[in-house]
Design a protein around this ligand. Structure first.
Ligand code: EPZ
Length: 418
């Protein structure tokens, strides 16, 4: 079992190029299935979730290979319609292959992705939408068998909640469906725009992505392309929070500044100095941070991103004053608070509210990561803490952060993987 050993108390200082976005790479890898040709993905992050997605592609008959941060996916012959249970279990977001498989072969069998460390992860909106597009869906013994007699057809779909995954699955099925699909109350996350940018490069006809109403006109065929994946806005938020927590200064290069605005507008309330150009972010954290006076409410984009909740909390636990969080997206996304309290933080969790009373100092402790962003928050808190912290369960962190210890060491942090 690997661990990260962090010796905190040092200020950070350095420059970091942002990795490609995990939450953009995964749906784009599924979308590559639809082209029937070769797609070259640049700026593809090397993450365990990305490797899991490549195993799914290879399992259904595609050929997915990597050289550095470039993935090459050939999808000439998709021969298999079932995604094996063990691959589904490895990564719950593999449900994103459902829409692409239906769009490509008209058939797909997956298993219920099951809950995850953030609470139940239902897919009712995904299935209801695909049914409206002509899919016949049977659920038995935890397996979901989807079949579209003939070809999927366009539909007008209003999502009860702007679900990122449901929006992506609808788009993936609609781009080669018969006729037009309209999605109302669509998710507006930047990764949706990136997925649509990739699909347009493959010849798809999509408009309105980034807004709440997306219109897709189905095409008979798509083609291969070369595309560069957008930078990871949550990894960016993470390294900025690490620097804010430990003190110091950082320059993030090839950052997606506009996509990070909802997060940056809260971070600057802590008193950090933040300067941005079109694709670079400079942050300096000098003295003790200030608590954020307005409640930090996680909301669908362009609200404050739920994926940045844990990491900004890791910076606020030693701020001067009290900050209040309201987690509105997932049912149990405060599991990292146990570890922060063990390191000396003063946090009260009441349902979806978390009250953070700033303390003077954190102290190193042995903690265990329980989810991806919570694990990143522990690294951040450990860098600010006095003494040594041992973090286990780091496979969670490796799902979304490319070589996290190398990035932290580049910033001057004392960290090693054992
Ligand atoms: C995506 O998950 C991201 N994952 C998550 O990032 C992110 O936290 C989330 O969007 C919200 O931004 C990927 O892109 C791979 P949702 P997704 O569907 O698509 C409920 C990370 O740390 N819901 O927008 O699963 C659901 O239970 C990960 O990188 C239904 O009820 O998120 C949740 O409460 C974590 N029924 C809420 O909607 C459905 O059919 C938001 O889920 C679908 C979702």
């Amino acid at each position: 079992m690997q661990k990260l050993i962090v010796n905190g108390g040092q200020r950070l200082r350095g420059e970091l190029a942002l990795q490609g976005s995990k939450n953009s790479a995964l749906p784009i890898m599924a979308a590559a299935l639809l082209s029937g040709e070769e797609c070259v993905l640049k700026n593809c992050p090397k993450l365990t979730d990305v490797f899991a997605a490549s195993r799914i592609l290879n399992c259904v008959g595609c050929k997915c290979t990597f050289s550095g941060n470039t993935a090459v996916i050939s999808s000439e012959n998709v021969s298999e319609n079932t995604i094996p249970e063990e691959l589904m279990r490895e990564m719950r977001s593999s449900i994103i292959f459902l829409g692409a498989m239906l769009g490509r072969t008209g058939e797909c069998t997956v298993c219920c992705p099951g809950g995850c460390e953030l609470g139940p992860r239902p897919i009712d909106m995904h299935l209801a939408a695909l049914k409206k597009m002509g899919a016949d869906i049977k659920e038995s013994f935890g397996r979901i068998i989807c079949r579209v007699p003939g070809r999927a057809h366009g539909a007008r779909i209003s999502l009860p909640f702007p679900s990122v995954g449901a929006t992506e699955n609808i788009i993936l099925c609609a781009v080669t469906a018969e006729g037009e699909t309209v999605i109302n109350n669509a998710a507006r996350e930047p990764e949706i725009c990136d997925l649509c940018g990739f699909l347009r490069a493959c010849g798809a006809e999509i408009s309105g992505d980034g807004e709440s109403r997306i219109v897709i006109s189905g095409k008979d065929r798509l083609h291969g392309c070369e595309y560069s994946i957008m930078p990871d806005r949550i990894a960016g938020a993470t390294y900025l929070c690490m620097t804010a927590a430990a003190g110091g200064e950082i320059i993030l290069t090839n950052a997606c500044v506009q996509a990070m605005e909802p997060f940056l507008s809260v971070l600057e309330q802590t008193g950090c100095s933040i300067y941005t150009t079109e694709n670079r972010i400079f942050l300096r954290s000098g003295s003790r941070l200030k608590a954020v006076s307005d409640r930090i409410r996680t909301m669908p984009h362009p609200g404050f991103p739920t994926d940045a909740q844990a990491v900004i909390m890791s910076a606020l636990v030693t701020a001067d004053g009290t900050s209040v969080f309201e987690e509105n997206i997932f049912d149990c996304r405060y599991r990292h608070t146990d570890a922060l309290v063990k390191m000396g933080a003063d946090i009260q969790v009441l349902g979806k509210i978390a009250v953070i009373k700033g303390v003077e100092k954190l102290y190193g402790a042995n903690v265990e990561a329980t989810d991806l962003r919570g694990g990143a928050a522990m690294v951040s808190a450990a860098l600010a803490a006095e003494g040594k912290t041992e973090i286990s369960g780091i496979s969670h962190i490796d799902r979304g952060y490319e070589k996290v210890e190398e990035a932290v060491r580049r910033l001057g942090g004392s960290i090693k993987r054992v």
